[in-house]
Design a protein around this ligand. Structure first.
Ligand code: EPU
Length: 338
């Protein structure tokens, strides 16, 4: 089979830029190639890789990395105001978002400039600036590795949660996502500009009635101003999830920290900004060797050059322990650890 490599270096395959070797690596460009490949059983485990933007590799991979490069975009007009757009899992996410905006299809603009590929977007229900993929997700097609059969998963079946889906849990590494279909607007776009940072960005351009293009432009400006560009400094975006805690605990924290940043959820629980907790604990800008905490967004751990996955993992554990001892809050990692 074409495109199989042995002892394959992974440094350039994830946005963290961590050095590691995979026993085998294959890139797959079509459904037929995927079916052919998986029809021959292997005793080695598979690791499905998309854009590599949410993965920390901590050791050499004793298995087969399957990089999903299935491309293609197709559309189906539903009515005057709605279009379904289907994109191959291997399409670059941001290029896809910009393509939709150029065609005046609304719904993805708040998710501009998120690194990674289309296929990974439902896996962790990517979200930013008030929008999550589940808000516009229709369905996906995925190849079940064990049976070589294609299954369609509708929105409900994916069990989307905050940075969660069935593909991050019970279905992990069991399916190869082929394509994803989104329900986008052709007119009367639903503009989500409530997020404080978007509003202040739009004010800078004196925009009061934003188009989807304006929103995208604002989001790109905000992200570029505080999130490190993985092409320059290795990172995987937010390393931790924003923790959901009880209001009781939040009230106790507020006695010492009245400026606590929180997003109330219901009568008993509230979500905290992990970046705020990490900054308050003094970690923002911390550096140990080539592993560090980004100086402009404390939720992002960075590789300044040649750190190892374990150094990043150890740093994350030190942060988790420290946040627990200072605030009584347990942070959870958002990045997938290999
Ligand atoms: N904050 C600090 N210090 C920091 C970072 C943040 O005080 O170092 C405070 C901010 O001032 C703000 C609050 O924390 O009051 C929230 O910060 P921000 O708006 O930057 O968002 P976030 O909660 O840190 C989440 C997502 C991001 C997403 C942004 C915007 C998670 C884990 N992260 O970050 O997603 O872009 O909201 O919607 O939910 C990602 O998942 O990789 C990611 C970048």
């Amino acid at each position: 089979m074409k495109n199989i490599f042995y002892s394959f270096p992974l440094k350039n395959e994830t946005t963290f830029g961590i050095n590691a070797i995979a026993d085998e690596y294959i890139s797959i460009e079509s459904v037929q190639e995927a079916k052919d490949f998986f029809s021959i059983p292997s005793d080695k485990p598979y690791y499905i890789l998309g854009g590599g933007s949410n993965i920390l590799i901590t050791k050499d991979v004793n298995g087969i990395i399957v990089q999903n490069k299935i491309k293609g975009i197709s559309t189906s007009i539903i009515d005057d105001s709605t279009i379904h757009v289907t994109a191959g899992a291997g399409e670059n996410w941001n290029e896809f978002v910009l393509y939709c905006i150029e065609n005046n299809w609304g719904g993805l603009e708040n998710l501009s400039l998120i690194p990674g590929n289309v296929g990974a977007s439902p896996m962790q229900n990517i979200g930013a600036y008030g929008v999550e993929i589940k808000d516009v997700f229709v369905s996906l097609n995925a190849l079940e590795i064990a049976t070589n059969e294609i299954h369609t998963f509708e929105n409900e079946a994916c069990k989307f949660g905050y940075r969660e889906s069935i593909f991050k849990n019970s279905h992990k590494n069991k399916f190869l996502i082929i394509d994803v279909t989104f329900k986008l607007t052709r007119k009367n776009h639903k503009i989500s500009a409530n997020y404080g940072a978007i509003q202040s960005e739009l004010q800078k351009y004196n925009v009061t009635n934003p188009t989807i293009k304006d929103i995208s432009k604002a989001v790109i400006a905000i992200r570029s101003s505080k999130l490190p560009d993985p092409k320059v400094i290795g990172n995987a975006g937010s390393f931790f999830k924003n923790p959901v805690i009880s209001i009781k605990l939040a009230d106790a924290i507020k006695l010492n920290y009245p400026d606590l940043v929180e997003y109330p959820i219901d009568e008993t629980s509230t979500k905290l900004a992990a970046g705020w907790l990490i900054e308050k604990a003094g970690w923002k800008g911390f550096r140990d060797g080539d592993a560090g905490v980004h100086a402009l967004q404390a939720l992002v751990l960075v590789n300044y050059g040649n750190t190892t996955g374990n150094e990043i993992l150890n740093l994350s554990q030190r942060i988790i322990d420290d946040i627990h001892s200072k605030f009584g809050v347990t942070l959870e990692r958002e990045v997938n650890i290999w």
